[in-house]
Design a protein around this ligand. Structure first.
Ligand code: 5RP
Length: 222
């Protein structure tokens, strides 16, 4: 059984005619986008999608899902996206797929957000998954030094060819190996005020619903 697929297909049921839908990024979100594409084709579902990455845009276009950019819509009704870790109190780490900036922008202007994950992503406390920080290339080595001094064990993310990864927004990603984040809100505020940091992968108080795929099927947690 593919737990990511189970969650993705279940989440697509929340999409209704006329909605403006934020389409997340990653291997779980891919199943949700496929299912929305199927509904558009086979059921005549009429939605407008707002994509969160170039990758999802390519997929949505190939499925003939009508799209608009985030700046062409007044708001987004519902965004469905994956996550890398979700804590017991529904805080999350995102950005494993390097799309955290656009994902956070779309989530911010969404009336409702749903995360879709397999059960391995549910944790007690955030931090085992390296926390992605999107940074401006200029001065990024200074941020690397700063994070090293703080003991955050930073690594500059590389692409598949071993070159410094460039995000869709033209930035780099530094992953922080923290192991545990005691106070995600406080740590998020610290990161927010660092010059050169564009955005971080702590998604706090973002979702009201999580759909977890596991061996018993989709579990919806509120
Ligand atoms: C991309 C993300 C993804 O949603 C997250 O990494 C989960 O991906 P996957 O569903 O492939 O495990 O935040 O930036």
């Amino acid at each position: 059984m593919n737990f990511k697929k189970i969650a993705g297909i279940e989440a697509a049921k929340y999409v209704k005619d006329g909605m403006i839908v934020g389409l997340g990024t990653g291997s779980t979100a891919k199943y949700m986008v496929d299912e929305i594409g199927r509904r558009v084709k086979e059921e005549g579902l009429t939605i407008t999608g707002v994509t969160t990455s170039n990758e999802t845009e390519r997929q949505a276009k190939s499925l003939n899902i009508p799209l608009k950019s985030i700046d062409e819509v007044p708001y987004v009704d519902l965004t469905i996206d994956g996550a890398d870790e979700i804590s017991a109190d529904f805080q999350g780490i995102k950005g494993g797929g390097a799309a955290l900036l656009f994902e956070k922008i779309v989530a911010t202007y969404s009336k409702k957000c749903i995360w879709i994950v397999d059960d391995s992503k549910m944790v007690e406390k955030l931090g085992k998954f390296p926390l992605p920080i999107e940074v401006i290339p200029y001065g990024s080595q200074q941020l690397m030094h700063l994070f090293e001094e703080k003991g955050y064990q930073p690594t500059l993310r590389l692409d598949d060819e071993g070159k410094t990864l460039i995000t869709d927004g033209g930035h780099n990603i530094i992953d922080l190996h923290l192991n545990e984040i005691d106070n995600p809100v406080e740590f998020g505020h610290y990161l927010d005020q660092l010059v050169g940091v564009v955005e971080h992968g702590l998604f706090l108080n973002t979702v009201s619903l999580v759909i977890v795929g596991n061996q018993d099927g989709p579990q919806t947690i509120k």
